[in-house]
Design a protein around this ligand. Structure first.
Ligand code: URA
Length: 233
């Protein structure tokens, strides 16, 4: 594929802009400078830099963010900055979307992709990819509460009870809850239904993919093949 098209496909702007980048000696490919935007490269394992910043060529992108509190997942955020602002502009330009949403005050593992099929699958009830939340509760947690969350609770506007796949108490005020679906404010409403209140909510895993301890809050990284395998299991 021609370098100009490669850069365009990776979110570096219009083809004209990409041509200008290359002519301005701002691009290297596989470690070598290239000032001809029409040079053909194989995209397999292609690595390039723009202004010294390294990028792998990706036909589709898959990434994770350790979401901070105070960010909305919507593309048109209303009251707080949007999570997309935490990603570099080529990724935003490529149109990556969040896979599901977290509330503005929820922290933790949030996935993004521009692969429509993958986004659809991850959100589909058929796949039921479990999500694990660590909840800090306002009141001390007791065994009746954790048992009720697994047995199923009624949410105000829903006649069918919702049940957690698992719930374990970690300390007096902390528990881990695993959900197979993601209704609006589901964790907060379930915890309220058993007479407690969520003070802080952190998503720590999706499927077998655990939020890495070394990914700082507010930072993102690519999903590896091994990460994707964990989500597809
Ligand atoms: N459940 C909630 O209540 N909030 C979230 O952000 C995610 C799950």
């Amino acid at each position: 594929m021609q370098l100009e098209r490669i850069l365009h496909s990776q979110g570096f702007g219009s083809r004209k802009l990409c041509r200008i980048l290359v002519h301005a000696d701002r691009v290297t490919v596989n470690g070598e400078p290239c000032d001809d935007p029409f040079t053909d490269f194989s995209t397999a394992n292609l690595q390039f830099t723009v202004d010294g910043e390294p990028w792998p060529y990706c036909e589709k992108t898959y990434l994770m963010l350790n979401k901070p509190a105070g960010y909305e997942c919507s593309l048109k955020p209303q009251h707080h900055p949007g999570v997309h602002a935490l990603l570099p502009s080529p990724l935003r330009e490529r149109g990556v979307q969040t896979i599901g949403r977290l509330d503005e005050d929820t922290t933790g593992l949030l996935l993004f992709s521009d692969d429509g099929v993958f986004i659809h699958r991850m959100g589909s009830p058929k796949w039921k990819v479990p999500k694990v939340y660590e909840i800090t509760a306002k009141h001390a947690i007791n065994a009746e509460q954790t048992a009720a969350l697994v047995a199923g609770v009624r949410l105000a506007d829903d006649p069918i009870p919702v049940a957690a796949l698992a719930c374990t108490q970690v300390s007096t005020h902390v528990m881990r809850l695993t959900l197979g679906e993601g209704k609006y404010h589901q964790v907060k409403r379930m915890v309220a239904a058993v007479g407690n209140r969520v003070e802080a909510l952190n998503r720590i895993a999706i499927g077998d993919l655990v939020l890495p301890k070394d990914l700082p809050v507010g930072k993102w990284r690519w999903l590896t093949d091994a990460d994707l395998e964990k989500l597809r299991k």
